[in-house]
Write a protein that binds this ligand. Structure first.
Ligand SMILES: [Zn+2]
Length: 348
């Protein structure tokens, strides 16, 4: 969360110093040599002639906006534009550059043109500009969070829910987790951390991806993986024992039972396919949450392997009850991931 602040401050100070002796200033100069790059106008829809403020991106693109709209969308800008900016370690350090262009004050921001364009499109009545790529979306969310644009952040998260991490591979999810942690984005960190579960966290399996993670980020993810393995083990075992009563009572009422039941002390009289389905999750080191479809599939495979009168006759309500108990345990990790990933978030 606080990690991007020093960068932001550095870039901003560099930009406000008009590229004198600061790091960013030197970089810009060395890239472009002489003459010094001139800011360009972004054009429509940020070209209103009655605009009273210019936001300049780090790559020198000017966006003409209205102070009142910006102040409404962001308490950070509201304080700045009120003329009495407070120095607060928690708020990003932004300042009027002192420069004026066409009668408008100029604020130089550390965000680039693409990030600024998407951010502004989330707070102004203009067509929303959203990247379809998660890696380009995260810096926009981070900027909205940094400037306390809470409504914009919620709206961006809702309109970009399709650019999710859930359908990514565990390898992609790990990279997203590292990126989101770096930017201090808790919600995205949580989603990505959950999606990393099928991936084993070892030096060998992470390979070169390991360099993407900071120590604290890796520590939190490791604690989450370990906790979930322990929690899943305990809770799924509990489900198995508890479901035994349901299976036995149901079989007794029908005066028949599954042709293939288990006989172990823990799983006595439970259909073998169900016990296997649950135990598979217990024995996986880092179980990916099973779905209702995979639960039904296990039943169908069992019935197709050899006709089972009992399992074929299971009622929908009975199956839903069994699944309900099982999925209640599966959903527990959602709470767990929030607990593990959000802890020590402020320590970074
Ligand atoms: Zn059966």
């Amino acid at each position: 969360m606080s990690q991007d602040l020093p960068d932001g401050e550095l870039s901003l100070e560099s930009a406000t110093n008009s590229g004198q002796s600061s790091t960013l200033g030197l970089t810009l100069i060395s890239l472009s040599s002489t003459p010094e790059p001139t800011p360009v106008d972004s054009g429509a829809p940020y070209d209103d002639t009655d605009a009273d403020l210019i936001l300049r991106s780090s790559d020198l693109v000017d966006f003409r906006v209205y102070k009142v709209v910006l102040a409404k969308a962001s308490p950070v800008f509201k304080v700045l534009l009120s003329g009495s900016p407070k120095s607060d370690a928690k708020t990003p350090s932004i300042a009027l550059s002192g420069e004026s262009k066409d009668g408008c004050s100029v604020i130089c921001l550390p965000e680039n043109k693409d990030v600024l364009e998407s951010l502004l499109s989330a707070i102004l009545p203009v067509p929303v500009v959203i990247p379809g790529n998660l890696n380009r979306l995260l810096p926009i969310l981070a900027a909205a969070q940094k400037y306390n644009m809470n409504a914009a952040l919620a709206s961006l998260r809702s309109t970009t829910s399709h650019v999710g991490v859930v359908d990514k591979t565990p390898e992609d999810a790990f990279r997203t987790y590292c990126h989101a942690q770096q930017l201090g984005l808790l919600e995205e960190s949580i989603k990505a951390a959950k999606a990393t579960l099928p991936r084993k966290l070892s030096i060998e399996s992470l390979g070169s991806d390991l360099r993407l993670a900071t120590g604290p980020a890796l520590d939190k993810l490791h604690r989450f993986h370990t906790s979930i393995a322990q929690r899943a083990n305990v809770s799924l075992r509990t489900v198995l024992v508890a479901s035994q009563t349901m299976w036995v009572a149901d079989a007794a009422s029908k005066k028949t039972r599954c042709r293939e039941t288990t006989a172990g002390p823990l799983t006595h009289d439970i259909p073998y396919w169900f016990a296997q389905f649950v135990l598979r999750n217990i024995h996986d080191d880092f179980p990916a949450p099973p779905s209702y479809t995979s639960f039904l599939l296990a039943l169908v495979l069992h019935c197709h392997k050899g006709f089972c009168r009992y399992c074929t006759s299971l009622s929908a309500s009975f199956l839903e009850k069994v699944w309900g108990d099982l999925s209640a345990c599966i959903s527990a990790p959602v709470t767990l991931v929030r607990h593990c990933i959000s802890s020590q978030q402020s320590d970074e």
